[in-house]
Design a protein. Structure first.
Length: 320
């Protein structure tokens, strides 16, 4: 970075989901011989709470067709509004706002109440919210939504909070800047270190999948036995649809959870960041052909590029 210092801030997503909708739009064309192609661009959308949460959006639909050895382009602006079903407790929606304050929105009264201030990585389990409190050396806390009791659970830096079963998993950093993956038993609050390196980790059924930059590993959650799936330099990794997607050198690769059936999804791209969006993946990186790149793709390699304005909209939707 040539002596420059960058501060990178991220926001945690409270919950993720995917919904596929099919809509029909009729267009009247008097004379047409053949459809030559169609595409969508300028897709913009946002999350809004009305009677219930909805996604409002619009896009430009282009239809390219021919008639009498000549071609024509039909362009129409399409708007839509899709209702979204969320898991809401007692008609209250919980979320983190853009200032990292934890809010409760009453869907009946249409009122918002701030519950917690300046928190990160919030995760709900039952009636409790687990989160990192920035003001207290980034320690792990638990807030009871019923009793409003706030309880401190540890005295160490806590990142990437994930809850699975009776355990809360997190990355921790000691005074020597050394990272480790730990888990806390929520029944007795005992903590154990399960991996002694900085890593990305994802939980899938009985296994934990880890990436430490030079290896992709599989760990059994019960026995904590670890085996190497693949020895490969990689910058970032995600799990989607029981597949491992990882960025290595100038490629984005895909393989199954056992490290088999590996194939290249994209070449000539340096992916810096991958994030799972339902069954799709958001990628930020640099492409030899297009330069700075933002796109959404699936595990089959189908890709949709985002412009700067669409990327901004995308980030706002994820924060909602």
């Amino acid at each position: 970075m040539s002596g420059k210092v960058y501060e990178i801030m991220t926001k945690a997503t409270l919950a993720k989901g995917t919904k596929k909708t099919i809509s029909k739009h009729d267009y009247l064309v008097n004379d047409i011989d053949k459809i030559l192609g169609c595409w969508i661009c300028n897709h913009q959308y946002r999350g809004v709470i009305k009677q219930q949460p909805v996604i409002e959006g619009s896009f430009d639909l282009h239809i390219w067709y021919s008639h009498l050895n000549d071609s024509f382009l039909l362009k129409q602006k399409v708007t839509y509004c899709d209702e979204i079903d969320l898991s809401i407790k007692n008609h209250v929606l919980y979320y983190c706002d853009s200032n990292y304050n934890y809010q409760a929105y009453d869907l009946n009264k249409k009122t918002t109440t701030q519950i917690l201030e300046n928190i990160y990585y919030p995760v709900i389990k039952g009636n409790e919210v687990y989160y990192q409190l920035d003001q207290d050396d980034e320690s792990l806390y638990c807030y009871d939504l019923t009793t409003k009791e706030n309880k401190k659970l540890n005295d160490e830096t806590t990142y990437d909070i994930t809850i699975d079963g009776k355990y809360v998993y997190y990355l921790s950093k000691d005074d020597q800047e050394k990272y480790s993956l730990k888990r806390m038993n929520l029944e007795d609050e005992k903590v154990e270190t399960i991996y002694n390196e900085q890593c990305e980790f994802f939980i899938n059924n009985q296994f934990i999948y880890l990436s430490n930059g030079s290896q992709i590993l599989q760990m059994n959650k019960e026995k904590l036995e670890t085996k190497t799936i693949k020895e490969v330099e990689n910058r970032t990794m995600v799990l989607v649809e029981n597949k491992i997607i990882y960025a290595s050198s100038t490629k984005v690769n895909c393989m199954n959870l056992n490290g088999k059936d590996e194939h290249v999804l994209f070449k000539n791209v340096v992916a810096r960041n991958l994030q799972v969006l339902g069954n799709d993946i958001f990628m930020e990186g640099y492409e030899q052909r297009n330069g700075e790149t933002f796109c959404v793709f699936n595990s089959e390699g189908q890709r949709y590029y985002l412009g700067e304005n669409q990327t901004e909209t995308f980030e706002n939707v994820q924060d909602a």
